[in-house]
Design a protein around this ligand. Structure first.
Ligand code: WT7
Length: 641
């Protein structure tokens, strides 16, 4: 991983960049003052006087202040005379287009918020949102924020069971969905999936259904209401709920190391402070920029950098519904050329997919408007970084590889585009005001070398906990090293102090930037009566970073077949979501175990990666693993041939 190249910032970019080199020293000298200054940029109903109150592991930021997140995203800009600015250029997969101004977005938010209030939804209630990438999604999110309800967005790829689990964990009172959505030319019947989920969700009183595909859907009397009917007679103004700085803004589920996802909770003021500061400084956002973060709002990147960050800064964003290869593989580049996108924020898995598709697709379009290119979700390999720089950025754009997590709320490690001399493949330095370190297994700081990534001081946008489970919060993040937040990633720090992220240190896979616990997939597999045991591991994949690989042993020592593998894949897709179905399934009479019965995952990882097997002396039966390794070897050989 030695990468000697460094790319200095473009002098023009440096000259007008919001972040100038003194920012690091200034923030380090007084981080609280640094953050307080950014918090003061928000619109406060009641200004705060306290900055941070830290009762490890619980932080409260700006706690005596009061504000409303939707006012910060919308009303503020209208009050400043910018109501006619475009908030979103919506681009439907099928080519339908619509631009939405800040004033229009506010009206839509207000009408839905009024409708939700009429249904009796109130501050502190949890509201699930399961929508495709249409404007109704930010509208629903901001309508919740307007009335102080806590939104819990569920990614549109999740299955009915996964929706029900998430709804039940936090006791959501309402679900906002759509008849369906478009993806790669197909119709996804979202409402039908919700109907299945809602059979097992006693807390849900209302289901609000937006229209996108206009296909007929089942509407249950007394529970389901069309979005259009709900807002039909609602005024387009709505008094915002005045919220305490620390009131919860949203819940977002992410995979931990167990089969039960964690409901990560974020509060209002600190989160908005973090996302607006990072959006402005890391993307060097200026008023004349056209910004496009390609993430789905179902993930944290969409929350922070499609909705709250850019809207708080009054940005104009592109908002695209569909997939990058519909109708052709140049769709994104066509969109960038049409809207003159200047800031693009996407994921390494997308970049590697485009590399595979070939340079001719971007080459056909005028990408000269681009000036900043962002990456997030997984380590970006130097080769993909260089391709991004050259083929998309024409050697001219700054690249910002941004490391962060659902839990951190906002970007934590990243170049600042006017300052940093960027080495391809490194997220470089902690954002100003943050105290991030690499430590060895004793918790001792490693100034140069490999270790665990930790955060030593609370930061405004940090998670406030796990919904309903403070013990798990403490145990997951704050127990391994005293007074340190454990990110769960390995990292290397080089002689210049640059951070190189090395992937997860736990049993969590990263597939196309999606976090998936091995245990989640395992427990779905063993739901099938024929499966005796399953062990899942990630296998390095040239496009998706990791691919899901499952080892399955069947009851009664039965033999597997490709039909059964297909059925198991379909079962996982149905029980969790399509994107969580294993790419590879390998049947084996036994899983490699220690004499005490513990599955040796380390060896399974060696097998899938084709590495020489590590220490096998503690195995109960060494034949199992040699046989598996041979078969994996044969499969690789036949794949290659
Ligand atoms: C995990 C967090 C944060 C938005 C998307 C994912 C990995 C994220 C990078 C990066 C290397 C990265 C880490 C992290 N990750 N960004 N730039 N370089 N790894 O959010 O689902 O909460 O996943 O994604 O492993 O822990 P998430």
């Amino acid at each position: 991983m030695h990468e000697p190249r460094r790319f200095p910032p473009h002098p023009e970019l440096s000259a007008r960049a919001h972040a100038q080199p003194d920012i690091y020293a200034k923030a380090a000298a007084d981080p609280e003052a640094f953050w307080a200054e950014w918090a003061q940029q928000l619109y406060w109903e009641k200004p705060f006087t306290q900055v941070v109150d830290w009762q490890e592991p619980f932080a409260r930021w700006f706690a005596d202040g009061q504000l409303n997140a939707s006012v910060n995203a919308l009303d503020r800009h209208i009050a400043a005379g910018k109501g006619q600015r475009i908030a979103y250029y919506f681009e439907g997969e099928r080519g339908d287009r619509r631009s939405v101004t800040y004033a229009e977005l506010l009206q839509e938010v207000c009408r839905l918020a009024n409708g939700m209030r009429k249904l009796g939804i109130t501050a502190g209630d949890r509201v699930a949102i399961y929508l495709p990438m249409i404007i109704e999604l930010p509208v629903a999110v901001l309508a919740c924020a307007r009335i102080g309800a806590i939104h819990s967005v569920i990614f549109g790829g999740f299955s009915a069971d996964a929706i029900a689990d998430r709804i039940n964990d936090s006791g959501c009172v309402a679900l906002i969905t759509a008849d369906g959505g478009y993806r790669r030319g197909n119709v996804l019947a979202l409402k039908a999936i919700c109907d299945e989920a809602l059979r097992n969700t006693p807390s849900i009183k209302h289901c609000i259904v937006a229209q996108r595909t206009h296909e007929p859907v089942h509407m249950q009397a007394g529970r389901d209401i069309a979005w259009s009917a709900l807002i039909a007679d609602q005024p387009d103004t709505c008094t915002p709920a005045v919220m305490d700085a620390e009131s919860l803004l949203f819940l977002l589920y992410t995979s931990g190391t167990t089969a039960k996802p964690k409901g990560i909770i974020h509060s209002t003021a600190g989160y908005l402070t973090g996302v607006s500061a990072t959006h402005k400084l890391i993307f060097d956002y200026h008023e004349d920029d056209i910004y496009w973060c390609t993430a789905d709002v179902g993930w944290i990147t969409g929350h922070s950098y499609v909705i709250y960050g850019p809207l708080c800064n009054g940005a104009t964003s592109v908002f695209y519904e569909g997939s990058p290869d519909f109708p052709e593989r140049d769709r994104w580049w066509e969109i960038i050329a049409r809207y003159k996108v200047s800031i693009l924020y996407t994921a390494p898995t997308a970049i590697r997919t485009f590399m595979k598709w070939g340079d001719e697709h971007p080459a056909r379009h005028d990408l000269a408007s681009l000036r900043i290119l962002g990456s997030v979700g997984e380590p970006i390999n130097p080769e993909a970084w260089m391709w991004y720089r050259e083929k998309i950025g024409n050697g001219r754009c700054a690249i910002v590889d941004t490391w962060w997590q659902t839990e951190t709320g906002a970007i934590m490690i990243s170049p600042l585009p006017g300052i940093t001399h960027t080495p391809p493949g490194s997220a470089t330095l902690p954002f100003p005001g943050l105290d991030i370190d690499v430590v060895d297994e004793h918790g001792t700081s490693v100034s140069e070398g490999v270790g665990y990534l930790v955060i030593r001081k609370p930061w405004p946008s940090m998670l406030r906990g796990i919904w309903g489970d403070p013990e798990r919060y403490q145990a997951t993040y704050w127990a391994r090293f005293p007074h340190c937040y454990l990110a769960g990633d390995g990292a290397r720090r080089d002689a210049e102090g640059h951070f190189w992220l090395l992937g997860r240190i736990d049993d969590v896979m990263n597939v196309s930037g999606h976090r998936i616990a091995t245990t989640e997939v395992e427990s779905a597999l063993i739901e099938d009566q024929r499966v005796a045991e399953a062990a899942v591991t990630g296998k390095t994949d040239a496009v998706t970073g990791q691919a899901i690989c499952a080892f399955v042993s069947l009851r009664g020592g039965a033999n597997g077949s490709s039909e059964l593998a297909a059925e198991l894949r379909a079962h996982v897709a149905h029980s969790l979501g399509k994107f969580m179905a294993p790419k590879y399934i390998m049947f084996t009479p036994e899983l490699p175990k220690t004499r005490s019965g513990k599955i040796m995952r380390r060896l399974l990882r060696d097998i899938v990666e084709g590495r020489t097997l590590g220490d096998t002396t503690t195995l109960a039966d060494a034949n199992v693993i040699t046989e598996l390794a041979q078969r994996a070897q044969q499969e690789r050989a036949s794949e290659a041939g």
